[in-house]
Design a protein. Structure first.
Length: 441
């Protein structure tokens, strides 16, 4: 009976292949996601600055944890500074090194040391990998089902079950997985606040509660400034420095970053206060963290940022994969090209140009009349015949040229004349009076 049912369905091989591809596709996607989840930072953005390394080692020793295996600089331009549990790596931000004072930076590093000491990141990393695993699983499953449904013209009940039996089996797993993930995620939300407060306590006792509070506020303000810049159109909002060298684009970025940072801190405090009261991701609300930190201890901060503006620019130039800087460069380059084009047009409009008209007949066309009236902005220039040339001078500005044969107007051509121009016209039959134009500089 089994062989009979297979013979009756002409699409049996398609369903067999579809079932096989379902498993293979999901397996490949899962391997890719798991690889991304456990990969370590690239070695080309490792921090080799002695000031950074000595500062991190000092904080790790004072807090009482084993030293980090390596310190990396974040390849993106966000303020994010975080600890990677696998291999004990610390990832710092160039922006943090530029805006935070040395004592504030110590507080941030001590906070990350608290994560390492409390093993909190072990749980967060497990959740992250679980989420990637499940997301890849569902994506592969959905895409494969959609592909089979698009290509299958008719599906009998038997072949539907035969083809989708692996999918039906896999469908049980996501249901159980979602339930398990839900319980795990709720545990993270409840416990993660405790982890963050614990790490804040470590940092406040080490650097001072007021210094930690200042660092948290700066990090929050810089994050808002970064989001503002990343969502803004440079072509519309930013004024470009004349004769700007694209090699100095990092300096322009820092200037705009500083402008938005000052705007958040001093000119628009209401927006900052409202945003700080909201809970973001798995971190507690900022105002709650600042209030707890300020109640712990007080120390005087007389230190300066670890990076000057020139040092920050040098590091931004060296960072690999800074996609936002590349996006910033492309928009600036496009704006410069647009402004240069407008400038050349404005200069061109200050000089009179000579226009030369050459009229040619298309090879496949048969013209009834041999002459055409040629017009410039509705003013007749004169007659022009085939294989003839007409030269005339025009005032600078925008001109609209067209020809007229047997009382039928051709397509119009609009030109901005900037000097001596030569126009070759290929004319079809006078019944269509179409105008084919190529401008030769």
């Amino acid at each position: 009976m089994f062989s009979t049912l297979l013979k009756k369905d002409s699409h049996r091989y398609f369903y067999l292949v579809g079932s096989f591809l379902t498993s293979i596709t999901m397996f490949i996607n899962l391997l890719r996601c798991l690889k991304d989840a456990v990969r370590i930072p690239k070695q080309d953005n490792i921090a080799d600055n002695i000031k950074i390394l000595s500062l991190v080692e000092q904080v790790a020793d004072d807090v009482g944890i084993s030293r980090f295996e390596a310190v990396y600089l974040n390849s993106e331009l966000d303020i994010s500074t975080f600890y990677i549990g696998r291999g004990r790596y610390l990832n710092l931000s160039v922006i943090a090194l530029t805006y935070l004072t040395e004592d504030e930076l110590k507080a941030v590093i001590a906070h990350e040391c608290g994560h390492h000491h409390h093993n909190a990141m072990l749980i967060n990393r497990s959740y992250y990998r679980s989420f990637l695993f499940f997301e890849s699983f569902v994506k592969a499953l959905t895409e494969t089902i959609s592909t089979i449904q698009r290509r299958a013209k008719e599906i009998s009940f038997f072949m539907f079950f035969y083809c989708y039996s692996p999918i039906a089996l896999y469908g049980i797993l996501p249901s159980l997985y979602i339930y398990d993930l839900f319980l795990f995620f709720m545990g993270i939300l409840i416990r993660n606040s405790e982890y963050e407060y614990y790490c804040d306590l470590v940092a406040a006792k080490y650097s001072g509660g007021n210094i930690l509070a200042s660092a948290l506020q700066k990090v929050f303000d810089l994050h808002i400034a970064y989001n503002t810049i990343s969502k803004r159109s440079i072509n519309k909002e930013y004024k470009i420095i004349p004769n700007l060298n694209l090699n100095n684009i990092e300096k322009l970025y820092l200037e705009n970053m500083n402008r938005e940072f000052l705007n958040v801190r001093y000119l628009n405090p209401k927006e900052r206060t409202e945003a700080a009261g909201r809970k973001t991701d798995t971190h507690p609300p900022l105002l709650s963290r600042i209030k707890k930190a300020q109640s712990i201890s007080f120390k005087i901060d007389l230190s300066e940022p670890l990076f000057s503006e020139s040092e920050a620019i040098l590091w931004l130039k060296k960072l690999p994969g800074a996609s936002f800087i590349e996006h910033f460069k492309q928009e600036i380059k496009q704006k410069i090209e647009n402004e240069s084009r407008l400038d050349s047009i404005n200069k061109a409009q200050n000089s009179t140009g000579q226009v030369v008209i050459v009229l040619k007949r298309k090879k496949e066309s048969i013209a009834i009349c041999n002459k055409y009236n040629f017009f410039d902005n509705n003013d007749k220039i004169g007659n022009i015949g085939f294989n003839s040339t007409k030269s005339f001078f025009v005032d600078p500005g925008v001109h609209t040229f067209y020809m007229k044969a047997l009382h039928k107007k051709s397509n119009e051509l609009e030109l901005i004349l900037s000097g001596n121009e030569k126009i070759e016209l290929e004319c079809g039959s006078d019944s269509t009076a179409e105008l084919y134009i190529r401008l030769i500089r």
